[in-house]
Write a protein that binds this ligand. Structure first.
Ligand code: ATP
Ligand code: MG
Length: 273
């Protein structure tokens, strides 16, 4: 473990790391450790944390967050949640995830978090359809027939709002603890419409085969938005912040295939592919 990280752990916990092992998962190369302290406690440590993630752990608390031992520069020293249940698979009852997101959505966000915003993704596909079509998930004709409906549905997904938004809810960033679902990895946290997180959770759980509870949300605009997002990003080269051995783009292509089928069902379009 890097000296700077070990010092941060000591400042945050007033104990020293005794043993540590790298924590798995995640698409970025940010250092992550599960640490046993000399006093016997265990903590999870993440370095190179983004400004947004430091802001959330510095200013927000709630059962839906890991408890914070300390934020030392860009090092987060957090509750060790490795004893919780981490999907996949999601547990048979995914209601705790949606209950946690309801609490997130009732939380006043730190003012310095950036607003949630994005382009109109299906308009980007309209302007340059080749990268999406080259993924081989749909043909020209399906896109021609479906584009107006997808773009119109997407325009109903309003991102602006005044709630705390996690922004990256998926199986790798959620665990189920005795106190309820806990969200980790707040690197993409924003101020915005809490429906965005509910939609991300719904599609993630559905992709993993979980049964969704009844949701008080019209998902059609959101499934259009998320499918458009993946249609734009899945063909792109990986950014430098993502580990070169990451399967991120393969995962996004699979998510896109699922989202397109779901969008087609919700919008009465012919099945893609
Ligand atoms: N508090 C925690 N306790 C135990 N394990 C954790 C904890 N937080 C995260 N993990 C594990 O580490 C993995 C990676 O953590 P995280 O999602 O924060 O990093 P990442 O995806 O690389 O994120 P980032 O994009 O912010 O660099 C998680 O998928 C989970 O398996
Ligand atoms: Mg993550």
């Amino acid at each position: 473990m890097e000296v700077g990280i070990a010092r941060a752990v000591t400042r945050a916990t007033e104990s020293r790391p005794a043993t540590w092992r790298p924590a798995g998962g995640g698409h970025t190369g940010a250092p992550k450790w599960l640490v046993e302290l000399e006093d016997g406690r265990r903590v999870f440590v993440k370095g190179e944390a983004s400004t947004e993630e430091r802001t959330v752990y510095g200013e927000v608390s709630g059962p839906f967050l890991a408890r914070v031992h300390g934020v030392e520069g860009d090092v987060l020293v957090l509750e060790d949640l490795s004893g919780a249940t981490w999907p996949p698979p999601y547990p048979g009852d995914v209601r705790p995830l949606f209950a946690a997101l309801e609490e997130v959505g009732e939380t006043t966000p730190p003012a310095e978090l950036p607003p949630l915003r994005g382009p109109r993704f299906w308009e980007l596909v309209r302007a340059d359809p080749a990268p999406f079509l080259n993924l081989g998930l749909v043909g020209d004709e399906w896109l021609e027939r479906s584009l107006d409906a997808l773009a119109a549905a997407e325009s109903g997904a309003v991102l602006a709002g005044e709630a705390l938004v996690h922004g990256d809810v998926w199986a790798g960033n959620v665990c189920f603890a005795p106190r309820g679902a806990v969200l980790v990895d707040w690197a993409d946290a924003r101020r915005g419409n809490p429906a965005f997180d509910v939609a991300l959770a719904a599609i993630s759980a559905r992709i993993a085969g979980a049964t969704l509870p009844p949701l008080d949300l019209d998902l059609a605009p959101w499934v259009a938005l998320l499918s458009g997002h993946w249609a734009v990003v899945a063909p792109q080269p990986l950014p430098a912040s993502i580990r070169a051995d990451s399967r991120l783009r393969e995962a996004q292509r699979a998510d896109l295939a699922h989202a397109l089928r779901w969008a087609a069902e919700l919008l009465d379009l012919p099945p893609p592919g």
